[in-house]
Each structure stands twice: as C-alpha cells, then as structure tokens.
Design a protein around this ligand. Structure first.
Ligand code: TNX
Length: 515
C-alpha cells in the first residue's frame, strides 16, 4: 500500500514537473549548471539556507586551509552582502560549512573533493587544500554571482564527488605583444580560478617587449619594455609586482609558468643589449606583428651568461615547478645551433631547480628528464618529443587558440589556424585528437591568448569568453561526461554569471543564451 502511494506520488510529481513550465525545481542539485561538470552528483531533494548565521569552520593545523575558508567567506560576502564568521574546529560542527582534509578515499586524487550539502551542514572534504578550494568553487556555482537585495539564498542539498581528468589545466596570456598591468592579470587569474584551472602561463618576452625586471640586466626593461605592437608605451612588471601576481595566483591554487621565449622571438632583448647579437650591434625596437626574424647569438658565451642570469632571477621568484623556454619559430637560427642552444638552456633551467617546458619545436633537441613539450602545431615534433620521454601539454592552435577569430566577422584576433566557434573549441578530446598523442602522454590542456590584436581587458574578455570555461571543462571533465548539446545549455546559464561579473563576452549564436 505504502509502495503504491509512493509510486503514485512520484507519477503525480513527474506529471507536475512535465506540465508546469515554471522555473527549474530549485531543490534538485543535478539541475545546477556546473562548469566544469563534476564526476557525480546525487540530489537529496531538500535545501540549505545561506544566511549570515552560517559559520565557516576549517580543520585546525592544515596548511592553507584557513586561507581557503577566508577566501570562501569573502566570496559569500560578495554574493550575499553579509559578513560570514570564520573559525577553526577539530570536530565536525552540527551546522555551518566545514572544510577538512582526509587521508582516505584515494580515488579522489590530490585535487579531488567531496561536497555534501545537507539541510544544516555543508561538508567539504578533500585530500588537499586545493581539493577544498575546488569544492568551494563548486559550491559557489550553486549561488548567484550577486544576490538581489533581500533575496533568499537557498542551495539544493546533495552530494558531489569530483576529481579532474588532467593534472595541468591552464591558459596563457601574452603580455609581450601588448602589455597588461597587474590588475588585469589578477582579473584573468580570477577567471581561471572560477573554472578550476590551475596554471597561468605568462608569455613574458617576445620581439615586441620584455616584460619582467631582471636586476642583472636592467636595460631589458628600460629599453626592451618601452614599447609594444602598434608603438604604444609597453610596460613591465617589477620583481615585486611579479611576486604579487605569483602570490595572488597561489591563493587560488594557480601556478604561474613563466616563459622567456628563446632563441627566436628575442628582438626586445637584442635591442637592449648589443652584445647578444652576433654582429655586436643592437637591433631597433620592433612594433609590428611578423614572427621568426630574430635570434640570440647561439655561438657566444655571453648569451649563456645572459640566459643563466635571467633564469636564475625568475626561478627564484617562482615557487611553481616549471620554466617555459619558448623555442618556437626560430626561423633564422641554423638547425644545429638551435639544438645546441636548447640543450644548453635546458641544463641551465635544470640547474636552477625547474622543469623545462617548451613549444613543440624543442623536441628537435635532446630533452632533459621531465621535459614537457607544448603541442601547438607540429605533430611530428610532438611525436619526437614523446619518443624522447616527454609529456605533452595540448594546445592545438586550430582548437585551443583563444586569439583565433570566432568567424569571419570577428573584429579582433587572427585566423591563420582557422575560425574557432564555441562548439569547435569545445568539441574535441585531447586524447584522441591525434593517433600518436595518447592519454598517457598528456599532462594536460592549455588555451593560449596571443595579443597581437588585443589591447585592453574588454578585448581580452571578448576573446576569452565564452571559450575559457570550455577549455577548463576539457581539462577537468572526462570526455565520456561531455557533449556539446548538453554543455551549451550549461554555458547558456553561465551567460548570466558573465554579465554579473561584468564580462564583455561573445554571444555566439550557437549557444541558447536566453533573453
Ligand atoms: C604563433 S604559437 C606563435 C605566436 C603568435 C601566434 C598567433 C607559437 C608558439 N607561436 O608567436 O603570437 O602564432 O596566433
């Protein structure tokens, strides 16, 4: 009898849901539009009410956990306009939000988490502070970006178990072609953090500009940092500012990957110091957009002293494990000179305690242990890299370059690798894009934004949104759980979030944004 009752109620409820065209059932956690999509979501059909009486507790004596709890409190404060108390606790409280770490549940991996949203208690549990941070990010997506005055904030109850597919989930910002100040970089970092990306690759030098202070070679920024594409005034980060960026990123569990591109893409350095040129003459500063015309003088010893000083100074400010040596498009460096140079530079990077990353061309050299090649264009190079034992970061230009135009009408960007509409940018699997580059060789995914045509934050936003959430999902969510037709609905829901974050985004017609 009871069973029958339950069954009829379910049917009635089902019919009700089918015929009532009202808003989505607010107490069904599985209906929340999360990006990236979590591994599993179970709905418990009730609601948690967020009010200022909710205290955020964190387990005592866990490195960085208090900071994550305070970060969550600040975000909730921004949403709700209320102050949330943060306290430590070594027992599970009866109500509130509780962040803790656990040593069991090995299948969560080092960045996975459990998020259990009960009527009274939200439990966040992970193996690391990073996992707790990602759980907090998931929780925040159950709430609006900013509540209306007096709006009651409720969260559907349920349990989420989640972990990333790839360990490297990044984006790149080219601050050389056009320079972007610390505040812009911080906003960019916040975009990455929103979508659980964990690496920001900064392209710090190129033909058009040298963007980081090097104390032992001061003219790099004095001269080399003084302009940019189009002849604007350029700029650079002092070491103090770079450290501020590193710290801001770290608080959001994002590693900064600094890149000094060499031996090509070095005109800004060659214009700053005559002795880095084979003919001993400084070049003119360059503000155009051609590539492949410059090279450090690979036969001179001073070149290696220069590289050593630059790597030493940047490495000492960079807590992350990587140093990116560029290595792309060195069209005016003879092949043997290129190989010799890349081999020596890898030794320098290793000596200063960092792991080498380079664009796929570096696979022409003898790769040091632990080197990573970043696939952008050349499958043969990448294959060679894999044969030499390297891991691969997937940044295929035709899919993942955020500076490619969406279509022929896009007023910004380039299109040498084709147009990348939002579905084309999303709908690929790093592990099957090429036969030879397989899952076990892939460290992760990175979406670069080159800035030849991009001059300010609004333009960054227009090229990066709505692409970035898709690249974040490719990095986080396994391909079995992803398909464009379902993703585009979640992305459409995030349109409201972009608006609330005042992001100037591209309203692709392929996404049903709603009014
Ligand atoms: C190729 S990708 C480059 C960059 C340009 C970019 C423009 C790569 C390693 N090199 O120098 O900025 O195309 O899309």
């Amino acid at each position: 009898m009871k069973k029958l009752f339950v069954a009829t109620s379910l049917i009635t409820l089902g019919l009700f849901m089918l015929f009532s065209c009202g808003p989505k059932e607010p107490t069904d956690l599985t209906q929340t539009s999360f990006i990236p999509q979590p591994v599993s979501i179970e709905s418990l059909g009730d609601e948690f009410i967020l009010s200022s009486s909710v205290t955020i507790y964190y387990e005592e004596n866990v490195d960085g956990l208090e900071q994550t709890a305070r970060y969550l409190a600040d975000e909730l404060n921004h949403i709700a306009g209320e102050i949330f108390t943060v306290e430590s606790s070594n027992v599970t409280p009866r109500s509130g939000i509780f962040l803790s770490v656990t040593t069991d549940n090995n299948d969560l991996g080092k960045e996975g988490y459990f998020l259990s949203i009960g009527k009274k208690l939200v439990g966040i549990k992970a193996k690391s502070t990073a996992g707790c941070f990602y759980a907090a990010k998931t929780f925040l997506q159950t709430l609006p970006v900013k509540a209306a005055a007096g709006e009651k904030l409720t969260v559907p109850t349920g349990i989420i178990r989640d972990f990333p597919e790839y360990e490297y989930r990044g984006a790149m910002l080219d601050v050389s072609r056009h320079f972007f100040g610390v505040d812009d970089v911080k906003r960019f970092i916040d975009f990455l953090a929103t979508y659980k990306m964990n690496a920001l690759h900064l392209h710090l030098s190129d033909d058009q500009g040298w963007r980081i202070e090097i104390k032992s070679w001061p003219k790099l920024t004095e001269i080399g940092g003084s302009t940019e594409v189009g002849g604007g005034k350029g700029g650079f980060y002092t070491q103090k500012q770079y450290s501020e960026i590193v710290k801001y990123a770290l608080e959001r569990h994002i590693t900064i990957v600094p890149e000094i591109d060499m031996p090509g893409h070095t005109n800004a350095a060659l214009a700053s110091y005559a002795e880095l040129n084979c003919d001993g003459k400084a070049t003119e500063l360059y503000t155009g957009t051609e590539v492949g015309f410059s090279t450090l003088c690979t036969g001179k010893e001073i070149t290696y002293q220069f590289v050593d000083d630059v790597v030493r100074e940047i490495a000492s400010l960079t807590p992350g494990p990587w140093f990116h040596i560029g290595g792309d498009e060195s069209h005016v460096t003879a092949h043997d000179d290129y190989v010799y140079f890349i081999n020596r530079v890898q030794e320098i990077v290793t000596k200063h305690g960092k792991k080498v990353i380079g664009w796929d061309e570096i696979a022409n050299a003898d790769l040091v242990e632990g080197a990573t090649v970043q696939f952008w264009a050349d499958v043969e190079n990448t294959t060679m890299g894999i044969e030499k034992g390297a891991k691969v970061i997937m940044s295929p230009a035709a899919r993942a370059y955020m500076d490619m135009k969406y279509d022929s009408t896009t007023h910004l960007g380039l299109h040498w690798a084709g147009y990348i509409e939002v579905d084309h940018g999303y709908d690929w699997n790093p592990a099957t894009l090429n036969e030879i580059i397989t899952r076990e060789n892939i460290l992760g995914v990175e979406a670069p934004l080159w800035t030849e045509t991009i001059t300010n934050m609004d333009e960054i936003e227009y090229m990066v949104f709505p692409q970035l959430p898709g690249y974040a999902e490719i990095g986080w969510t396994s391909s079995e759980l992803r398909n464009w037709d379902e993703y585009k609905l979640r992305l459409a829901d995030h349109g409201k979030r972009f608006e609330a974050m005042e992001i100037d985004f591209y309203r692709s017609e392929r996404v049903p944004w709603g009014e």
